[in-house]
Design a binder for this molecule. Structure first.
Ligand SMILES: [Zn+2]
Length: 64
């Protein structure tokens, strides 16, 4: 997993919500998704996993 993969996952996440009726209708007043959109959930999970894997790989390189 590379940083560009993290970037791609992040872009997919932020570009989903504006065009998604579920995300738009289910937002809290602070503008954050209420987590009731399965697609946004999946995108967020993928983004967080990509971040974690990128961090792990960066750490592996430092110790080697
Ligand atoms: Zn959505």
């Amino acid at each position: 997993m590379t940083m560009s993969a993290v970037d791609a996952a992040y872009r997919a996440l932020i570009h989903h919500s504006p065009g998604c009726p579920d995300c738009r209708s289910l937002r809290d007043e602070d503008g954050r998704s209420t987590g009731q959109c399965e697609t946004a959930d999946a995108l967020l999970t993928a983004y967080q996993r990509a971040q974690r894997e990128a961090r792990n790989e960066a750490r592996d390189k430092e110790t080697k």
